[in-house]
Write a protein that binds this ligand. Structure first.
Ligand code: NDP
Length: 303
């Protein structure tokens, strides 16, 4: 009993301490996060399903919690870095009674809807909840210039902003817990599609005896030109203007066909340009041949 009481007192002292945090999930991201907190002088408690991933952090001074319940009990602020929300429930549902009074900062990727569900689930167990979407690789954690989207109760975000900024800059998007996940996923939508386009072009260059290193300045130059296109099109999209004064969808179709045929004659798979061409052709079928390619938004909105 005495030891239980003193354990509770110790926990409560740590829980109110300003520079103490629990990190659950020690993939590359969680390891970088726990490391950044150690570097910043925080008391860090860690838990991971595969316990060995905590070894290096423990050697640097982190406390290894024996169970998820102990990890929750150690600190008020609990940062979660997991593959998805299924992992969150797998770990925390069995110890949900220990959630009351905790502040969960979930930096695990998942959909906006699942973020809202998780916030409601946490609230049902008496915990505060912030959603986060990290916009950098593990090497960006603790580095200048990195940023994370956050959403959830503003007062909770503000109360813990200093601790969150140990990891990256903090971009608060609003009270809806789904917002940070939404902003994160739209960035990922662009990132994966753009990076796959890079890989596809690289496959064509390789098939033609050009190395990735030789292609690099040209690939970079193409990517660097995109912000100007976005700045040009964004106000026209908001205004609902899709005039074909600068680009016509019919020209775009011919261009994508040339890309597809170049891939084909290089012996490279055409699944990616074929998918692009399909969207362009659906726009043509809707009579947008003389409009800008931004008229393809109609195709996307129709699902
Ligand atoms: P990993 O998938 O490598 O690691 C995820 C963690 O989740 C591990 O600790 C793993 O445990 C745990 N986990 C997964 N499933 C379960 C489960 N069923 N039960 C218990 N634990 C589970 O991811 P990262 O560390 O790379 O990334 C973490 C999050 O950050 C992801 O949501 C990712 O999308 C996001 N992110 C990652 C970036 C990156 O570059 N890595 C960039 C930006 C965001 P175990 O070690 O036991 O397998």
């Amino acid at each position: 009993m005495v030891s239980q009481l003193s354990e509770k007192a110790a926990v409560s002292e740590k829980a109110t301490g300003e520079r103490a945090v629990t990190v659950i999930g020690l993939g590359p991201m969680g390891q970088a996060m726990a490391g950044a907190y150690l570097d910043a002088g925080y008391e860090v408690t860690v838990w991971n399903r595969t316990a060995a991933k905590a070894d290096a952090l423990v050697a640097r001074g982190a406390h290894r919690a024996a169970t998820p319940g102990a990890a929750l009990a150690a600190n008020e602020l609990v940062v979660l870095s997991l593959t998805d929300h299924d992992a969150l429930y797998a770990i925390l549902d069995p110890v949900a009674d220990a959630l009351a009074g905790r502040v969960l900062v979930n930096l695990s990727s998942d959909t906006p809807e699942r973020a809202r569900e998780a916030a409601a689930w946490a609230a049902g167990h008496g915990a505060e909840y912030l959603t986060g979407g990290v916009q950098c690789p593990p090497s960006g954690i603790g580095a200048a210039g990195s940023s994370t989207f956050y959403s959830g109760p503003k007062e909770v975000f503000e109360a813990h902003a200093a601790a969150l900024k140990v990891l990256t800059g903090a971009d608060y998007r609003g009270t809806d817990p789904g917002l940070a996940a939404l902003y994160y996923q739209i960035q990922m939508d662009m990132f994966w599609t753009a990076m796959l386009s890079y890989l596809h072009a690289t496959a064509i260059t390789a098939a033609n005896g050009i190395t990735a290193q030789e292609f690099l300045p040209y690939a970079q130059s193409t990517m660097a030109s995109l912000p100007d296109f976005l700045a040009f099109y964004a106000p026209r999209i908001d205004a609902g203007t899709h005039d074909g004064d600068v680009d016509k969808l019919a020209m775009g179709v011919a261009s994508v066909e040339h890309v597809l045929h170049t891939a084909e004659s290089s012996g490279v798979g055409t699944a990616l340009p074929a998918a692009v061409l399909d969207v362009f052709r659906r726009g043509m079928e809707r009579g947008h041949g003389g409009d800008s390619f931004t008229s393809l938004l109609e195709v996307f909105h129709e699902g």
